[in-house]
Design a binder for this molecule. Structure first.
Ligand SMILES: NC(=O)c1ccc[n+]([C@@H]2O[C@H](COP(=O)([O-])OP(=O)(O)OC[C@H]3O[C@@H](n4cnc5c(N)ncnc54)[C@H](OP(=O)(O)O)[C@@H]3O)[C@@H](O)[C@H]2O)c1
Length: 431
């Protein structure tokens, strides 16, 4: 099986090394003999992390795709173009493609799945969702009959690392981000990770394959972690929760779907609460099977290359049998807006601690049908606080997002409410 590799960065270089190391065992176990025949890169003069015959390198990726001696194409360049055209050309030429490209699949995945089906070859992408964690194949094959209604995950290692450091070491957001950048977990521009775009792209792919409904990155509601404070985390811990950035994909009884990424308070006895550092996990609620959790390294050259290589072996053996995996039918998604979603909330207000304030605040909650499950009050003794300032922390029962927004808007107008602090969704009876 002659492989044309497009890209030789973190993932591509690890894949070349892994194939070099594992090819004999793969041949023995599966009968598939893997050979990397050519490798497309942007620069021929760059030092590579892997020993690679310079004669295999080219800057002309299109020539690899059109080379009749190449049987299978692996795309690990990233981004939309030229990846999209190269993949389309490979599929049209009857070559299976393996990709790790979440950005591409979260935008034009369904179009590419259709092209692969039309060409009768594989387009496999296990690495695109949670790096080394096998979740695409379980959702697509093992759980296809389950009627999965919710998939919820920690799918961004950078933000999970930052939140873990804030939670366990008491670091500020800025200090934790700086350490993540030093360790190479976060980019110099961390926006895609910390504002939830990366997790949003993965959530769109998860929803599409779990529910058979086409969700693209732009359909995903997202809030990031840059506004999360050490105080929020400390209060969450006191109340029995751990703060996590979650990607949540729901399908409702009427067939509509909602996909969102936001910080959430996870009960400390929930399996996702135990996922620390840069680890990822995807929690699936099946109809018959119950709860499942897939845990591991969601990024990094080798974990990601491991998922790519699994797909390569699968695609190669399918090709030799003349078969291919299909994503199944995908219909346009009916999206439920975030305003119509219901969840318990954590809300923090600063008020003037005067007679009747609590009753007035509670009245505003009641007027919007947001019922309070618990409330804590503490004096604020920072130097810049008013002498009679108090902090109120509420956990609500399950409430509609639109009602909570209306409650907050009215609270903002009360003279005794000096500021509205964090508003964080709580995982519980939240559907
Ligand atoms: N890194 C991870 O942990 C991880 C995890 C999951 C998924 N992924 C996905 O895997 C893909 C690759 O990620 P990566 O981290 O390996 O990226 P990377 O380190 O930036 O590598 C990209 C590679 O593509 C090459 N390249 C860029 N433009 C090209 C062009 N026009 N023609 C030919 N080659 C080109 C680059 O060449 P030069 O080396 O010459 O610059 C480089 O070798 C992305 O889609 C990413 O989202 C990555």
């Amino acid at each position: 099986m002659n492989i044309g590799l497009l890209g030789c960065g973190n993932v591509g270089a690890a894949l070349v090394e892994l194939i070099g190391r594992r090819a004999p065992q793969i041949l023995e176990r599966t009968g598939v003999e893997l050979r990397v025949m050519s490798v497309a890169v942007r620069s021929l003069s760059k030092d590579r992390d892997v020993a690679i015959d310079p004669a295999l390198l080219t800057t002309d990726a299109a020539s690899i795709v059109s080379d009749p001696s190449i049987d299978l194409v692996v795309e690990v360049i990233g981004g939309i173009e030229p990846a999209r055209h190269l993949i389309s050309a490979a599929l049209a030429a009857g070559k299976p493609v393996v990709t790790a490209n979440k950005e591409l699949l979260a935008n034009v995945g369904v179009e590419l799945f259709t092209e692969a089906d039309d060409a009768g070859v594989d387009l496999l992408f296990e690495a695109a969702v949670a790096g080394g964690i096998p979740i695409v194949r379980p959702l697509r094959e093992s759980l296809v009959a389950e009627g999965v209604d919710r998939v919820m995950g920690i799918v961004n290692g950078t933000t999970n690392y930052i939140l873990t450091k804030m939670s366990e070491e008491g670091w500020s957001y800025g200090a934790a981000l700086a350490e993540a950048q030093t360790l190479g977990y976060a980019e110099r521009d961390p926006t895609a990770d910390v504002e939830g775009y990366d997790a949003g792209a993965k959530a769109a792919i998860i929803a599409t394959i779990a529910f058979g409904a086409q969700v693209v990155a732009g359909d995903v509601y997202h809030e990031g972690i840059s506004g999360v404070t050490v105080d929020d985390i400390a209060v969450a811990r006191r109340l029995g929760y751990v703060l996590k950035l979650l990607a949540i994909a729901d399908r409702f009884d009427d067939g509509s779907v909602a996909v969102r990424v936001h910080p959430a308070m996870v009960p400390e006895d929930h399996p996702l609460a135990a996922v620390r550092d840069s680890f990822n996990a995807v929690f699936v609620q099946g109809g018959a099977v119950g709860d499942l959790m897939f845990y591991g390294r969601g990024a990094g050259g080798y974990p990601t290359a491991s998922a790519v290589l699994g797909d390569v072996v699968d695609a190669a053996s399918n090709l030799s049998k003349g078969s291919h995996a299909s994503i199944g039918s995908i219909v346009p998604a009916v999206l439920r807006p975030v305003d119509e979603l219901s969840t318990p909330y954590y809300l923090e207000l600063e008020v003037l601690d005067r007679h009747g304030v609590l009753a007035e605040v509670a009245g505003v909650f009641g007027a919007h049908e947001v019922s309070i499950r618990s409330m804590e009050q503490e004096a604020i003794d920072t130097p810049d606080a008013a002498p009679d300032a108090a902090r109120l922390v509420f956990i609500t029962h399950t409430a509609r997002e639109a009602d909570v927004r209306a409650t907050l808007a009215e609270l903002r107008d009360l003279a005794e409410v000096t500021s509205i602090g964090s508003v964080i969704r709580v995982i519980g009876n939240d559907r």
